[in-house]
Design a protein around this ligand. Structure first.
Ligand SMILES: [Fe+2]
Length: 322
């Protein structure tokens, strides 16, 4: 039977000047228009001692862009406390302003990106595009194909965990994901994503020092591999596990000492470093296979979580095979 995932593995790459200056400007200026539109749309009043950061703007494309979600927070700049959370979700029953107003702009960006992917020997079609301006990192996970969405969101785990039948876990439709990545729009060049060699055909978390009670992602216990659990699930297994302690030299390179309590060496047991992909200058692309485990290189944006002082704005994408 043909595999439901792409059997090739894309190399992890950093590609400077993926966007030229005018393409970068098209993306950047559009993003800040959108930021101002969110303020208007939500009637936000942002006081002089407050700061509004949009952490995520997510768009999905099927035949066309047809879904959007926006998540942000207002902080005070004295104590850096969250004053207000903003979340705008797509509602199927009414046309969404942010999908409608930004469709043409997004179509242009996608066209440029798909042309550039072809130019650099990674032809693929964009399925999801997002703007991330995170102030905290993401844990070890892989993206791409989801299991059945209801099972993915089940909390607590069903009693037959991990013995799910194919009927329970299989998604409505399988998609052959290609590569994913980030383009630096407005971030310092020393921020990075860490890519591991290991991969799994479904989106999952690798969280082997936590128990189910203490997971990095408590809302996703079904798709988290926790402490002492089998590394097989959904009739699949994690590829290329080493069974050994993570390389100490790579560990020091990846995890600065201030983070080592939170992210101890044992957390990476069984993994090996594929590449640390630094964001580089604005316009630079970093890209890796959609199935590979990865995480943000731990960071602090300057100030307190960069409130009002530093952006870490990246265009994120996921793509599928042609
Ligand atoms: Fe990811």
């Amino acid at each position: 039977m043909a595999k439901e995932y792409n059997e090739n593995l894309y190399e992890s790459i950093q590609h400077p000047d993926f966007f030229n200056q005018s393409q970068l400007e098209l993306v950047r200026s559009g993003y800040w228009n959108l930021y101002n539109d969110v303020i208007k749309d939500q009637n936000l009043t942002i006081a002089d001692d407050e700061y509004f950061r949009i952490n995520e703007v997510n768009f999905l494309k099927h035949d066309d862009i047809d879904w959007c979600q926006i998540v942000g927070k207002i902080y005070d700049t004295a104590e850096y406390q969250v004053q207000q959370k903003i979340q705008i979700d797509f509602n199927q029953n009414e046309p969404m302003r942010f999908v409608e107003s930004y469709k043409d702009w997004l179509r242009d960006i996608i066209e440029i990106m798909e042309q550039r992917f072809a130019d650099i020997g990674r032809p693929s079609k964009i399925k999801a595009i997002a703007f991330h301006n995170f102030s905290a990192g993401l844990k070890i996970h892989c993206d791409g194909q989801d299991i059945n969405i209801k099972l993915k969101r089940a909390v607590p785990r069903p009693t037959n965990h991990p013995n799910y039948t194919k009927e329970q876990y299989q998604p409505g439709m399988y998609t052959k994901y290609a590569h994913q990545g980030l383009i630096n729009i407005d971030s310092l060049p020393d921020k990075a994503t860490i890519i591991f060699d290991q991969w799994f055909p479904y989106s999952t978390y690798y969280d082997i020092i936590n128990t189910v009670e203490t997971l990095d992602e408590p809302a996703r216990p079904v798709i988290s591999f926790a402490k002492d659990e089998s590394l097989e699930r959904f009739d699949e297994h994690i590829r290329d596990l080493t069974g050994e302690t993570f390389n100490r030299k790579h560990y020091i390179e990846m995890i600065e000492s201030r983070w080592q309590n939170e992210l101890p060496l044992a957390k990476f047991h069984g993994l090996s470093l594929n590449k640390i992909l630094y964001f580089g200058q604005p316009g630079t692309l970093i890209s890796w296979d959609n199935k590979r485990y990865h995480m943000a290189k731990p960071f602090l944006v300057s100030g307190h979580h960069g409130i009002g002082s530093e952006n870490r704005l990246m265009l994120q994408y996921e793509s599928v095979c042609l």
